[in-house]
Design a protein around this ligand. Sequence first.
Ligand code: PMP
Length: 285
Amino acid sequence: MGLKVYIDGKLIDKEDAKISVFDHGFLYGDGVFEGIRAYNGKVFKMKEHLDRLWHSAAAIELTVPISKEQFSAAIEATLKDNNLRDSYIRAIVTRGIGSLGLNPWTCKGASVVIITDSIKLYPQEYYEKGLSVITVSTVRNHPNALDPRIKSLNYLNNILAKIEGLNAGVEEAIMLNCQGYVAECTGDNIFIVDRGRIVTPPTSAGILEGITRDVVMELAASRGVAAEERNLTRYDLFTADECFLTGTAAELIPVVKIDGRILGNGKPGPITMQLLQDFRKLTTG
Ligand code: PMP
């Protein structure tokens, strides 16, 4: 039996799961989404993801056509139908079918799509040896233009940064904001370890308020490791004792090199590895 995709209340074969070319999600990136994980049959941080989805939708004046309870039930049903216990889940709300103009009010109603798939994990080597990343010249969207807190279907800002990274031979790229402070990576938040504290840019730096980021700060607190949100510059990155990225797909991934400069002793640091272990225990324990 092939994979089924949820579209507006129906489970449809992957091959037939299609959205109209007149959908404003396709035409303009007018819509919002979430990337969620299920571990061992349980959706991780369902409430937090749905809350963020609803906030993203509210920020673009998009009404999600079903309730949070219905959305949650739809995710569970899609996972069940696909017989998936460990999965990457993509939840999408698009503006829907409208005329060719920008006006979203021509759209007849939002569509809900839920794709569940087996997860393609990052190679284990990244977690053991750490990633090499670079800072790129593509500036993160200014919050007054398109707030990075909105997880919208328009990811071109991140894709342009990703291309810069890929062209330079790295997997992830660090984006700075308009003031030159560190914002986040193309699909991950960033932390450094500075004198025993974990430090990450504040929401006001123009970032997605990552759910993994919050979880990691809680895990640090329960270990007695202080967590601080403050603006970081490239100086802070280059002089950090440790660095790691957080995201639903990556979980918590160590960084050992930034812009060709080796951090610390060039190996994933002890606080990073402890938090990674704690995170894995939380998700699979
Ligand atoms: N920043 C961006 C731009 C992202 O796309 C993601 C992935 N959703 C993150 C950060 C990490 O967020 P989360 O931990 O909620 O997956």
